[in-house]
Design a protein. Structure first.
Length: 92
């Protein structure tokens, strides 16, 4: 983290990401504060919710300023309109 004046803390960034199974197009939506650590966990089968859906590829990532903002975006991607948007993102 960057050096900040005394008493100030850097705000953590959060990432909302979408993974998709290569054959079936099944999508997983998640959030994390450490994308570099989390993605290899998914790709290597260490995450129970995606283990049976391998192989996966990364479809989309968005950066959020707070966990609350990231959670709202993750929930949006799980709605009907959000799933339609994912279809458009994955067809590009």
């Amino acid at each position: 983290m960057a050096d900040l004046p005394a008493g100030r803390q850097a705000r953590a960034m959060y990432f909302v990401y979408i993974l998709q199974n290569i054959q079936t197009k099944w999508s997983y939506k998640g959030l994390t504060s450490n994308l570099e650590k989390r993605l290899p966990q998914h790709f290597s089968g260490k995450v129970a919710s995606t283990r049976s859906r391998l192989p996966l590829h990364l479809v989309h990532v968005e950066v959020c300023n707070s966990r609350l903002e990231a959670r709202k975006l993750e929930k949006f991607f799980k709605t009907g309109y959000g799933r339609e948007l994912i279809k458009e993102l994955s067809s590009e």
